[in-house]
Design a protein around this ligand. Sequence first.
Ligand code: KIV
Ligand code: ZN
Length: 521
Amino acid sequence: MADDNQRLIIFDTTLRDGEQSPGASMNLSEKLEIARALEELGVDVIEAGFPIASPGDFEAVQAVAQEVRAPIICGLARCNAADIDRAWEALKHAARPRIHVFLATSAIHREFKLHMAKDEIVRRAIEGVRRAKSYCDDVEFSPEDAARTELDFLAEVVEKAIEAGATTVNIPDTVGYAVPEQYAAAIRHLKQHVRNIDDAVISVHCHNDLGLAVANSLAALKEGARQVECTINGIGERAGNCALEEIVMAVKTRGDYFGITTPVHTKRLCPTSRLVSHVTGLQVQRNKAIVGQNAFAHEAGIHQDGMLKNRNTYEIMRPEDVGLPNTELVLGKHSGRHALKDRVRSLGYHLDEAQFERVFETFKVLADRKKTIYDADIEALAEAQVHDGPSLWTLESFHTSDGTGTLAMGAVCLAHVDGRKVQDAACGDGPVDAVFKTIERITGICVQLNDFHVRSVSSGEDAQGEARVEVEYNGRVQRGHAVSTDIIEASAQAFLQAINRLAFKQRHARLNPQTEAVTVS
Ligand code: KIV
Ligand code: ZN
């Protein structure tokens, strides 16, 4: 059993700070899916949202608190009664609830945002922690913008918060301004000057504006911090937060240096990263440490030669330890059910029989079009099963024509779930635009296209193209995602998926007007 003092607490805030990434908002079922994946990953704390921020946030924290039982479930609140009461209302059925209260302490926030003097900040912090404590034992306090707060004042606030009952004190670098030595010195200062510091866990929460979030967090661990607040893929406000997968693997790989342990199941890192990327639509850069597509790819001949002689020459972590399966086994049109099932499972997908059968069918179709099937191809097929909701419309066929100096034209045939088949055609600014316009004409849902991109998911001339779209309709944002060896088909399927999701919600709203009123507001 690891010494408690050497045990790192992983506090995941993908659903709260991560969701604050521009364009990353998630709906309730997506948040629940991520929360379940985080539980499987083995994080200690899930910050599920900021309950007073919106009815949707409240509902998400409540649902996660009710359904996800192993980790601590945390809700964020400012230091005021209404926020704290609302947070507790959302958390009260959690197996292990935590209220996280925060109040800014830096001079710039005191003067320009809060218009409060130091003594008032201290008073409010104490009141906030006490109120949260009246509901639950587990209370975290964050002096927002701590990294730019005068050290003596920071020590005073932290001491008073612990005295009032805070069991964790979090030291946020809210604007990503700190550098490792200085941030470590701040933690050291608190260790030396806060009388009751050993009565609470010191937590760190670093933003990545200067690309230093992970480095700052690690520096703080060396000084005795034992909780790191982080997000999957490092998503979050502006340049994001400390990346969970990087912290975990740094601590595991350099156990010799940090002497700290974490029970996170590292083999779940890549599958969880893919899930978050898929749900939020925020792609992971190829060279991203740990979970990027190139993180374990050796291109240079000298490196490949060294790897063949001894993996340790150029590899400090094994890809299988972060959930990247062994890719030596290539699948193709002669591969059977068993091999595919095995590969799907090792990629981290738990499909039921019906889902697997659909993956197998699409795999066979793909294998006819494509000689070598890579993991990325299989992931794309599996994800389509896991994340596809009910479809009102399916793509039967499409045809496009285009050329220099001519107007692009798209003809599409869609099948409705009620058995109808509808065909139409439209002109557009390029074949993809023409197909999108035709789909809008057929479904009667005209959207604003916020984002659209296509990339290749694997390598080779016959690589599949992955299309992602984000559309907006009546203020509601919806995303779609699809893959195909034909990029116009992938684009059409992605667009149709977004339209289907909107159409499904519209239909649901008509049938359940009250539920919709709550979710929308
Ligand atoms: O960055 C920050 O300061 C925060 C706090 C609410 C902890 O996210
Ligand atoms: Zn933050």
